[in-house]
Design a protein around this ligand. Structure first.
Ligand SMILES: [Zn+2]
Length: 121
């Protein structure tokens, strides 16, 4: 190998290393972004589950003992809770006890529908 060729090869190698370094940095940024997004979604999911459990708990308490809970939960709250659950169902998620909070995958669910019917009635 001539000296000139050797220098060219070294410079080429250096450029490849820089390019790889850049790709590695981009990949790291991408992974960091994905981890952030994943955590945000997990937090949101947890929050939604808790909120739904609250709403369902309120409804169950009211059904079990309507007189003692009338002061705590107003009819307006129940209407709002029903709207939230109905909206969530429309957006493609289960609101039934069986598959609570998971995706309906575009299919109607009889448990959800009977649950929503019960809430509305
Ligand atoms: Zn369901």
């Amino acid at each position: 190998m001539k000296d000139r060729n050797f220098l060219d090869t070294v410079m080429e190698f250096e450029q490849q290393l820089e390019s790889l370094q850049q790709q590695y940095n981009d990949l790291k940024k991408y992974v960091a972004h994905m981890v952030e997004e994943h955590q945000a979604i997990q937090t949101e999911n947890l929050h939604l589950r808790r909120r739904l459990e609250e709403l369902i708990g309120e409804e169950e308490n009211l059904t079990q003992d309507e007189t003692t809970n009338k002061g705590k939960v107003s009819l307006l709250d129940i209407g709002e809770g029903y709207d939230n659950l109905a909206r969530l169902y429309q957006e493609g998620f289960h609101v039934c006890h069986v598959h609570f909070g998971s995706s309906r995958k575009g299919e109607d669910c009889l448990f959800c529908l009977s649950f929503l019917n019960k809430q509305n009635g």
